[in-house]
Write a new protein. Structure first.
Ligand code: HEM
Ligand code: FES
Lengths: 518, 158
């Protein structure tokens, strides 16, 4: 009405005056989050927030439950993406220039070194946080009740995280990069070890073929760098983001994170939550749930446990923001003091001695030093398959959301830790002190080594021990705890041995200072 | 329709068209994927040739051992003739060093004796012996892609 009377110029003036507000209203449609209704709306209407529910269970908010590890992984990923794009501005993926451009980034580009360090440490930090996140999910039985497939997706995310880190390691084209590339290419080729033994390499050289696809040729060279670069900046991240989207979407569809069946608020919870201003305003009985009733999956618990579901804004958002800045701060401080390594330019003639893979694969390299095929393909494949199948082989529905499934699980985990440490360290001691078949009988056929080597014996032991635990406790969950604990344990011990105790010629040394000079 | 005069293998027109169009869609999809996969395998390699000349016999007086670093091969000259042993470790491709007793790999500790036979460590195969031949101009040629059985000595023509 009023509008009609106004002159065009006046309308324009008023619109101009109102510009700030009308723009904000169009952008944040629900207005300021000043009451519970608008707080819920903010979560539902924002593209980036709506992947999370309008309400979050107190159990999810407890820092001691998730330890924030999934979030930390996500934030580290974001940091690598941003710093990665910055690095791409200067990096040139050719064997002539790659090394020099990295040197420029380190020594010439403004804040280049800090950005490179952050990219490196956030990326490698992801390996640690993703592994710990997996351990959290495992020990709280969070892979059950519809979450089986999300666990499998998680394993894919873990593999991608490792793959992206490894391909990035090869980009500087220094000695570390080049020899890691050569070694990885030969691991890819290692099925040849088996086809050789079977005498069918001539007709079916799967190893050689895969290696050629990976390197873009028969030897590591400029074609290989192009391919590794492509994997690092494009293919693997793209797949990672797709799987991550599904990962998050599934968490939401599963009704948020797991929580114990019998949940009770604790006094300490009030320290980090703020309660609703008026109960059940949003989820009152008058509210229609629309889509939620049609979609046949677990929806956020609507009527059950309602008093323990708090508004995500501000409870969850505050916590998430805090974790983000904490993560960023740690990465920045660490990167400020510790530099990412850069050795001499790649030299195809002289391998480093010892030539070591990046630390997260040194456990594998230890296994590789027994048999290339079993250490590089057979055992890791088996381990990943075993991890992926855990939710399908242990389906006991009790104790979900409880750390270690209670006292008994804690005991089993501790027991496996102690037993596993003794067996694995004992086995390694034998290998280091006395060698293996070939040291004793130089003419031993390769097949025998592929079949019987310390790596296989250890994996066999883990499986036998877990079966024994299942038999003793009558519980598949306890068997899973034993197996998973030993898996983590072997990763840590083997990585430690490979990193700290192996020197030139892969010989054993207690300290680096004992390495022979040459 | 009467089913009397049809035998069992006959299918209706509707099914036939359905199946035909299904396969008409599936086959190109398979061909497309296969082509995509095959494209990744390079047809041209920008690498050095595996065949290379190492000079004439005079360069290799009896008793000498030469390491051709960039070619990744050791050349041994003995009373009987010449032989070439690859310096690429058969485990994961590091370059082996020569020692008094044979070859030692720095990466995971594989050892080979003087004939390149594995004596310790994870290496699955012996070091390769490369073929040596003589070109028309008299220079010696090694082909790293052609292996010969260990113990094959290239006899010098008198
Ligand atoms: C790039 C790597 C990954 C990222 C960024 C990521 C992120 C997340 C986030 C943010 C959550 C929410 C809860 C929390 O923070 O703990 C979560 C939950 C979950 N993650 Fe991951 N994750 C990753 C890898 C994995 C891996 C390796 C596994 C297991 C093999 C896994 C399995 C799960 C499962 C089953 C849940 C649901 C837990 C529950 O219901 O309590 N994720 N993930
Ligand atoms: S590459 Fe020679 S022992 Fe592994």
């Amino acid at each position: 009405m009023n509008d009609l009377k106004q002159s065009g110029i006046n309308k324009f003036k008023n619109n101009l005056k109102d510009l700030r507000n009308s723009f904000l209203r169009s952008f944040i449609r629900e207005g300021k989050p000043i009451n519970d209704l608008s707080r819920a709306a903010v979560m539902a209407n924002n593209f980036f927030l709506h992947v999370q529910g309008a309400k979050t269970h107190v159990n999810t908010l407890r820092p001691g439950y998730t330890l924030g590890l999934g979030l930390i992984s996500l934030y580290l990923l974001l940091i690598t993406v941003i710093t990665g794009v910055l690095l791409m501005i200067f990096y040139n993926p050719s064997i002539e220039n790659a090394y020099n451009t990295i040197k420029d980034i380190n020594y010439v580009v403004f804040t280049g070194r800090l950005v490179r360090n952050m990219h490196k440490w956030a990326g490698e930090g992801m390996i640690i946080s993703v592994m710990l996140h997996m351990a959290r999910v495992f020990y709280t039985s969070s892979y059950k009740k519809g979450r089986e497939f999300n666990w499998v997706i998680g394993i894919v995310l873990l593999i991608l995280t490792l793959g992206i880190n490894l391909s990035g390691y090869m980009l500087p084209w220094d000695q570390l990069s080049y020899w890691a590339l050569v070694i990885v290419a030969n691991i890819i080729q290692s099925p040849k070890e088996v086809t050789d033994v079977l005498g069918i390499t001539k007709y079916f050289d799967m190893g050689g073929f895969s290696k050629e696809l990976f390197l873009g040729g028969l030897t590591a060279g400029k074609e290989s760098l192009t391919r590794v670069y492509l994997l690092h900046i494009m293919l693997l991240p793209l797949i990672l983001f797709i799987f991550l989207g599904v990962h998050f979407w599934r968490i939401r569809k599963d009704g948020g994170l797991t929580k114990p069946e019998a949940f009770e608020l604790k006094e300490s919870d009030t320290r980090y939550i703020s309660g609703p201003e008026r109960k059940t305003e949003v989820f009152s009985t008058n509210k229609t749930y629309g889509l939620m009733e049609l979609v046949k999956t677990r929806t956020p618990a609507v009527s059950r446990d309602i008093e323990n579901n708090l508004l995500s804004w501000p409870n969850l958002i505050l916590a998430e923001t805090a974790v983000f800045f904490l993560t960023l701060a740690i990465v920045m401080v660490y990167s400020f003091y510790i530099d990412a390594p850069l050795r001499e330019l790649a030299n195809p003639l002289i391998p480093e001695n010892p030539a070591k893979a990046p630390w997260y694969f040194l456990g594998l390299q230890e296994l590789l030093s027994y048999s290339a095929f079993m250490g590089g393909v057979g055992l890791p494949g088996l381990a990943l398959l075993g991890l992926a199948l855990i939710p399908y082989l242990d389906r006991e529905p009790q104790h979900i959301g409880i750390w270690f499934s209670g006292k008994k699980g804690r005991y089993i985990a501790l027991e496996s830790l102690v037993v596993g440490t003794f067996v694995l360290v004992g086995l390694l001691a034998i290998v280091i002190k006395f060698g293996w078949f070939r040291t004793w009988w130089p003419d031993v056929p390769q097949l025998l080594i592929i079949l019987i080597n310390p790596g296989n014996i250890w994996v066999g032991f883990m499986i036998m021990w877990s079966l024994f635990v299942i038999k003793r406790t009558d519980s598949t969950r306890m068997g899973a705890i034993a197996l998973f604990t030993m898996f983590l344990l072997s990763y840590v011990i083997l990585t430690y041995v490979g990193t700290e105790l192996r020197g030139p010629n892969w010989g054993f040394y207690w300290y680096k200072s004992q390495w022979p000079v040459h | 329709m009467s089913s009397k005069n049809r035998d069992k293998t006959e299918i209706s027109r509707r099914d036939f068209l359905g199946l035909a169009s299904l396969w008409a869609a599936v086959l190109p999809a398979i061909a497309f994927l296969g082509g995509m996969f095959r494209m990744v395998k390079p047809n041209v390699r920008y690498e050095e040739s595996t065949r290379f000349k190492i000079g004439t016999v005079e360069n290799f007086p009896v008793g000498i051992t030469k390491k051709l670093e960039d070619k990744k091969v050791f050349i041994f000259s003995t009373d009987e003739g010449l032989h070439a042993i690859s310096s690429i470790c058969t485990h994961l491709g590091c370059i082996v060093n020569i020692t008094e007793w044979g070859f030692q790999c720095p990466c995971h500790g594989s050892r080979y004796n003087q004939n390149g036979k594995v004596i310790a460590g994870p290496a699955p195969r012996n070091l390769s012996w490369h073929e040596i031949s003589q070109d028309i101009d008299g220079s010696l040629v090694i082909d790293a892609a052609k292996d010969v059985p260990p113990g094959t000595i290239f006899k010098l023509k008198a």
